[in-house]
Design a protein around this ligand. Structure first.
Ligand code: PMV
Length: 304
């Protein structure tokens, strides 16, 4: 790799399995490639960070939680000291939208500091350090975001607590992502699900089993390029995510718009409570995107 080239981290979109994956079930996710790029150089004085898309311009890291914690965790993971750095992160991923922005930035930073300190950590180490960063950001994450952010391949993921990653060799699915009007909080949604599960453990576990089974079947459908079947499974998954109370009225409306415009399936993606939906749209990407845009929602069409 060219030393001047920025180091990368990748975003993700969960097609099936969010929340259940926190309880050891499978999840199916595809990457949003090259979503974050980082460059780091030594400076005299205090470490500063810029993430222009998030409105952060040359801010001393010490004055910017949670970024101070993130940088400290990256440096600790690499056994490096904070001797003063200018950190620049380019990303076009919005925060809190269920698209793995924090993990993408963490992975790009681990690779940037790894290169600067002459270590070039392998993917396993990058992923392990980024997982520590995600714990700082989200409490008890499954590790799915940092794993897709590191490896950037479609995957069936499970942590039980050992990490199981199966790469899904798949044709590119015709996806449309739409952003709702408000960010969601992964920590708040995961905590809410945990509290509700404590009151109805057997019923929640049965729902998690079913969501995990949908993810496994979905991986097979994706591998076959059977996007209609994958869409049916995504519709079922959305219903179960609604059942565990992580959907919102706005997300429900967005899912309905996508289906009415011809999506084979649509569901919330990520933690919910806001954030985004993902629709699979064989032959209807433009129609679904246009319907969501004309209802006032920004859409993204991922391309590798
Ligand atoms: O909304 P995001 O991008 O933070 O995704 C959260 C996915 C969950 O399954 C809800 C949590 C996790 O750690 O896997």
């Amino acid at each position: 790799m060219n030393d001047r080239e920025p180091t990368r981290g990748h975003g993700k979109v969960i097609l099936l399995g969010e929340h259940a994956v926190v309880y050891g079930r499978h999840a199916l996710a595809v990457p949003l490639p090259r979503a974050a790029a980082a460059a780091v150089r030594p400076i005299t004085g205090e470490t500063t960070i810029s993430i222009p898309y998030w409105g952060i311009h040359d801010v001393p890291v010490s004055q910017s939680q949670p970024l101070a914690g993130l940088v400290a965790r990256v440096l600790t993971g690499l056994d490096a000291a904070d001797t003063g750095f200018a950190i620049e992160v380019q990303t076009s991923l919005p925060r809190g939208m269920g698209l793995g922005s924090s993990a993408a930035v963490a992975v790009a930073l681990v690779r940037a500091f790894g290169r600067l300190t002459g270590q070039e950590p392998d993917n396993e180490r990058v992923n392990a350090i980024a997982y520590e960063c995600e714990k700082l950001a989200h409490g008890t994450p499954s590790g799915l975001d940092n794993t897709v952010a590191t490896y950037a391949v479609p995957m069936l993921f499970r942590r039980d607590p050992d990490l199981h990653i199966e790469r899904v060799a798949a044709p590119e699915p015709p996806l449309v992502i739409a952003l709702s009007s408000r960010p969601g909080s992964t920590t708040a949604e995961v905590t809410g699900v945990r509290e509700r599960r404590e009151r109805l453990p057997a019923r929640y576990d049965a729902l998690f089993d079913e969501i995990g089974a949908l993810a496994q079947d979905g991986a097979a459908a994706l591998e076959r390029g059977d996007f209609e079947e994958l869409g049916r499974l995504m519709n079922l998954c959305h219903g179960l995510l609604n059942a565990i109370e992580v959907s919102t009225a706005e997300l429900e409306g967005m899912v309905q718009i996508a289906r009415a415009a011809g999506a084979a399936g649509a569901k919330l993606t990520g933690a919910g409570g806001g954030g985004s939906i993902v629709a699979i749209c064989p032959g209807a990407v433009d129609a679904v995107s246009a319907a969501l845009e004309s209802a006032g929602f920004r859409t993204l069409i991922p391309r590798s």
